[in-house]
Design a binder for this molecule. Structure first.
Ligand SMILES: [Zn+2]
Length: 255
Protein backbone atom coordinates (compact mmCIF):
# COMPACT_ATOMS: atom_id res chain seq x y z
CA UNK A 1 0.00 0.00 0.00
CA UNK A 2 1.53 3.36 -1.01
CA UNK A 3 2.10 5.85 1.80
CA UNK A 4 0.25 9.14 1.48
CA UNK A 5 2.99 11.78 1.19
CA UNK A 6 1.27 14.63 3.01
CA UNK A 7 4.25 16.99 2.46
CA UNK A 8 3.42 17.12 -1.27
CA UNK A 9 0.18 18.94 -0.41
CA UNK A 10 1.14 20.76 2.78
CA UNK A 11 4.82 21.36 3.50
CA UNK A 12 3.99 23.51 6.53
CA UNK A 13 2.84 20.61 8.75
CA UNK A 14 5.46 19.78 11.38
CA UNK A 15 3.42 17.34 13.44
CA UNK A 16 0.84 14.76 12.38
CA UNK A 17 -1.10 11.96 14.04
CA UNK A 18 -1.32 8.88 11.83
CA UNK A 19 -1.30 5.08 12.06
CA UNK A 20 1.42 2.43 11.96
CA UNK A 21 1.29 0.07 8.97
CA UNK A 22 4.46 -1.92 9.68
CA UNK A 23 7.37 -1.90 12.11
CA UNK A 24 10.27 -4.34 11.88
CA UNK A 25 14.05 -4.67 12.14
CA UNK A 26 15.89 -3.61 8.98
CA UNK A 27 17.48 -7.09 8.88
CA UNK A 28 14.05 -8.66 8.32
CA UNK A 29 13.12 -6.43 5.35
CA UNK A 30 13.22 -7.66 1.75
CA UNK A 31 16.57 -7.20 -0.02
CA UNK A 32 15.14 -4.34 -2.11
CA UNK A 33 13.90 -2.51 0.97
CA UNK A 34 17.20 -3.12 2.79
CA UNK A 35 19.07 -1.58 -0.13
CA UNK A 36 17.25 1.72 0.58
CA UNK A 37 18.79 1.83 4.07
CA UNK A 38 22.32 2.61 2.90
CA UNK A 39 24.56 4.05 5.64
CA UNK A 40 21.92 3.26 8.26
CA UNK A 41 22.92 1.04 11.20
CA UNK A 42 21.59 -2.46 10.32
CA UNK A 43 20.52 -2.78 13.98
CA UNK A 44 17.93 -0.05 13.39
CA UNK A 45 14.27 -0.58 12.51
CA UNK A 46 11.98 0.46 9.66
CA UNK A 47 8.49 1.86 10.11
CA UNK A 48 5.80 2.60 7.54
CA UNK A 49 2.73 4.64 8.38
CA UNK A 50 -0.52 5.37 6.58
CA UNK A 51 0.56 8.96 5.92
CA UNK A 52 3.79 10.86 6.45
CA UNK A 53 4.94 14.45 6.81
CA UNK A 54 8.61 13.35 6.76
CA UNK A 55 10.17 14.07 3.36
CA UNK A 56 11.55 11.02 1.56
CA UNK A 57 14.95 11.75 -0.01
CA UNK A 58 14.68 12.41 -3.73
CA UNK A 59 14.55 15.07 -6.43
CA UNK A 60 17.90 16.39 -5.24
CA UNK A 61 16.59 17.06 -1.73
CA UNK A 62 17.83 15.20 1.35
CA UNK A 63 15.59 13.23 3.69
CA UNK A 64 13.97 14.84 6.69
CA UNK A 65 14.80 13.66 10.18
CA UNK A 66 12.39 13.61 13.09
CA UNK A 67 10.61 11.39 15.55
CA UNK A 68 7.62 9.07 15.75
CA UNK A 69 6.00 8.10 19.01
CA UNK A 70 2.89 6.85 20.71
CA UNK A 71 0.25 9.54 21.33
CA UNK A 72 0.80 11.48 24.60
CA UNK A 73 4.18 9.83 25.20
CA UNK A 74 7.80 10.74 24.63
CA UNK A 75 8.73 9.80 21.04
CA UNK A 76 9.97 6.20 21.00
CA UNK A 77 11.52 6.21 17.54
CA UNK A 78 14.13 8.58 16.10
CA UNK A 79 13.99 8.80 12.31
CA UNK A 80 17.39 9.25 10.64
CA UNK A 81 16.50 8.50 7.00
CA UNK A 82 13.29 8.43 4.94
CA UNK A 83 13.20 6.69 1.58
CA UNK A 84 10.48 5.91 -0.95
CA UNK A 85 10.26 2.39 -2.41
CA UNK A 86 9.32 2.01 -6.11
CA UNK A 87 5.83 0.81 -5.10
CA UNK A 88 5.16 4.06 -3.23
CA UNK A 89 5.68 2.88 0.34
CA UNK A 90 7.68 5.41 2.35
CA UNK A 91 10.07 3.78 4.84
CA UNK A 92 11.23 5.56 7.99
CA UNK A 93 14.56 4.15 9.13
CA UNK A 94 15.66 4.86 12.66
CA UNK A 95 16.46 3.91 16.18
CA UNK A 96 14.15 2.89 18.96
CA UNK A 97 14.88 4.85 22.11
CA UNK A 98 14.48 1.71 24.26
CA UNK A 99 15.19 -1.83 23.08
CA UNK A 100 11.75 -2.99 24.22
CA UNK A 101 9.90 -0.29 22.22
CA UNK A 102 7.40 -1.92 19.90
CA UNK A 103 4.88 -0.45 17.52
CA UNK A 104 1.94 -2.49 16.29
CA UNK A 105 -0.11 -2.28 13.12
CA UNK A 106 -2.99 0.17 13.45
CA UNK A 107 -1.46 1.96 16.46
CA UNK A 108 -1.93 5.75 16.48
CA UNK A 109 1.41 7.60 16.43
CA UNK A 110 2.56 11.20 16.32
CA UNK A 111 5.18 12.25 13.76
CA UNK A 112 7.37 15.29 14.29
CA UNK A 113 9.69 16.84 11.72
CA UNK A 114 13.03 18.43 12.71
CA UNK A 115 11.77 21.86 11.81
CA UNK A 116 14.96 23.94 11.48
CA UNK A 117 16.51 21.36 9.16
CA UNK A 118 13.35 21.15 7.04
CA UNK A 119 13.24 24.96 6.75
CA UNK A 120 16.85 24.98 5.54
CA UNK A 121 16.18 22.18 3.02
CA UNK A 122 13.09 24.02 1.72
CA UNK A 123 15.03 27.30 1.37
CA UNK A 124 17.82 25.46 -0.45
CA UNK A 125 15.31 23.84 -2.80
CA UNK A 126 13.42 27.05 -3.56
CA UNK A 127 16.78 28.83 -3.96
CA UNK A 128 17.72 26.29 -6.63
CA UNK A 129 14.50 26.97 -8.51
CA UNK A 130 15.15 30.75 -8.28
CA UNK A 131 18.59 30.20 -9.81
CA UNK A 132 16.87 28.09 -12.49
CA UNK A 133 14.51 30.96 -13.34
CA UNK A 134 17.46 33.40 -13.52
CA UNK A 135 19.21 31.05 -15.95
CA UNK A 136 16.04 30.63 -18.07
CA UNK A 137 15.74 34.40 -18.34
CA UNK A 138 19.42 35.17 -18.96
CA UNK A 139 20.64 32.06 -20.84
CA UNK A 140 17.52 30.48 -22.37
CA UNK A 141 19.67 28.44 -24.77
CA UNK A 142 21.30 26.49 -21.94
CA UNK A 143 19.55 23.29 -20.84
CA UNK A 144 19.41 22.26 -17.19
CA UNK A 145 20.51 18.64 -16.80
CA UNK A 146 20.91 18.16 -13.05
CA UNK A 147 19.88 19.72 -9.77
CA UNK A 148 21.29 19.13 -6.30
CA UNK A 149 19.75 20.88 -3.30
CA UNK A 150 21.85 19.25 -0.55
CA UNK A 151 23.59 21.49 2.02
CA UNK A 152 27.18 22.29 0.97
CA UNK A 153 26.63 20.63 -2.44
CA UNK A 154 23.76 22.71 -3.82
CA UNK A 155 24.23 23.30 -7.55
CA UNK A 156 22.55 23.25 -10.94
CA UNK A 157 24.23 21.75 -14.00
CA UNK A 158 23.75 22.88 -17.60
CA UNK A 159 24.78 21.65 -21.00
CA UNK A 160 27.09 24.25 -22.50
CA UNK A 161 29.72 26.58 -21.13
CA UNK A 162 29.30 29.57 -18.87
CA UNK A 163 32.22 31.56 -17.43
CA UNK A 164 32.87 33.54 -14.28
CA UNK A 165 32.26 36.86 -16.02
CA UNK A 166 28.54 35.95 -15.99
CA UNK A 167 28.51 35.70 -12.20
CA UNK A 168 27.60 39.36 -11.40
CA UNK A 169 24.76 39.30 -13.94
CA UNK A 170 23.39 36.03 -12.53
CA UNK A 171 23.76 37.27 -8.93
CA UNK A 172 21.86 40.47 -9.77
CA UNK A 173 19.02 38.46 -11.34
CA UNK A 174 18.63 36.06 -8.39
CA UNK A 175 18.76 39.05 -5.99
CA UNK A 176 15.95 40.68 -7.98
CA UNK A 177 13.83 37.49 -7.88
CA UNK A 178 14.31 37.16 -4.10
CA UNK A 179 13.48 40.85 -3.53
CA UNK A 180 10.28 40.57 -5.58
CA UNK A 181 9.02 38.06 -2.97
CA UNK A 182 7.25 36.01 -5.68
CA UNK A 183 4.79 33.31 -4.58
CA UNK A 184 5.93 29.69 -4.96
CA UNK A 185 2.98 28.13 -6.79
CA UNK A 186 2.19 24.40 -6.57
CA UNK A 187 -0.23 22.81 -9.02
CA UNK A 188 -1.10 19.33 -10.28
CA UNK A 189 -1.44 18.26 -13.90
CA UNK A 190 -3.31 15.20 -15.04
CA UNK A 191 -1.26 12.56 -16.89
CA UNK A 192 -1.04 13.35 -20.58
CA UNK A 193 -0.81 17.12 -20.16
CA UNK A 194 2.21 18.66 -21.85
CA UNK A 195 3.48 21.85 -20.17
CA UNK A 196 6.69 22.29 -22.07
CA UNK A 197 9.45 20.01 -23.28
CA UNK A 198 10.98 19.88 -19.79
CA UNK A 199 7.81 18.65 -18.11
CA UNK A 200 7.91 14.90 -18.51
CA UNK A 201 4.47 13.39 -18.28
CA UNK A 202 4.31 10.38 -15.96
CA UNK A 203 1.76 7.70 -15.11
CA UNK A 204 0.24 9.65 -12.24
CA UNK A 205 -0.59 13.32 -11.80
CA UNK A 206 2.47 15.54 -12.19
CA UNK A 207 3.26 18.11 -9.52
CA UNK A 208 4.40 21.41 -10.96
CA UNK A 209 6.28 24.04 -8.98
CA UNK A 210 6.50 27.58 -10.33
CA UNK A 211 8.26 30.68 -9.04
CA UNK A 212 5.64 33.39 -9.59
CA UNK A 213 4.47 31.83 -12.87
CA UNK A 214 7.88 32.44 -14.49
CA UNK A 215 8.74 28.75 -14.87
CA UNK A 216 7.01 25.36 -14.63
CA UNK A 217 9.08 22.58 -13.08
CA UNK A 218 7.96 19.02 -12.35
CA UNK A 219 9.08 18.72 -8.72
CA UNK A 220 8.21 16.69 -5.62
CA UNK A 221 10.27 18.77 -3.18
CA UNK A 222 9.35 20.99 -0.26
CA UNK A 223 9.49 24.75 -0.71
CA UNK A 224 9.07 27.96 1.24
CA UNK A 225 5.99 30.00 0.34
CA UNK A 226 7.65 32.94 -1.40
CA UNK A 227 11.01 33.67 -3.02
CA UNK A 228 11.69 36.24 -0.29
CA UNK A 229 11.49 33.56 2.41
CA UNK A 230 14.72 32.05 1.02
CA UNK A 231 16.51 35.08 2.53
CA UNK A 232 19.15 35.28 -0.18
CA UNK A 233 20.73 33.12 -2.86
CA UNK A 234 24.51 33.41 -3.18
CA UNK A 235 26.15 32.23 -6.40
CA UNK A 236 29.29 30.56 -5.05
CA UNK A 237 31.12 29.25 -8.06
CA UNK A 238 30.75 28.60 -11.80
CA UNK A 239 32.84 25.64 -12.97
CA UNK A 240 33.06 23.59 -16.15
CA UNK A 241 33.84 19.96 -16.93
CA UNK A 242 33.34 17.97 -20.14
CA UNK A 243 30.96 20.49 -21.68
CA UNK A 244 28.83 20.78 -18.54
CA UNK A 245 28.67 23.94 -16.44
CA UNK A 246 28.02 23.65 -12.73
CA UNK A 247 26.70 26.66 -10.85
CA UNK A 248 26.94 26.18 -7.11
CA UNK A 249 24.90 28.29 -4.75
CA UNK A 250 24.00 28.64 -1.11
CA UNK A 251 21.26 30.11 1.06
CA UNK A 252 21.39 31.10 4.75
CA UNK A 253 21.25 28.06 7.06
CA UNK A 254 19.03 30.06 9.43
CA UNK A 255 17.15 33.34 9.14
ZN1 LIG B 1 12.54 21.01 -7.45
Amino acid sequence: MPTEAVYLHDASLRTLTTEVVSYQPIASLSEDDQSLAKNVDPEYAAMTTRQTILYAQGGGQPSDTGTIGAVDQEPGFTVSLVRKAPDGRILHFGKSVASNTAFTEGQAVVQKVDSAKRDYHSRLHTGGHILGVAMEVLMPEMKEVKANHFPKEASLEYEGLLYNDSKPLLQAKVDELVQKDLPVLISWLEPGTQVDERAKVGDGPVRIVSIGGLDHNPCGGTHVETSGQVGSVTIRKISRQKGITRISYDVPAAL
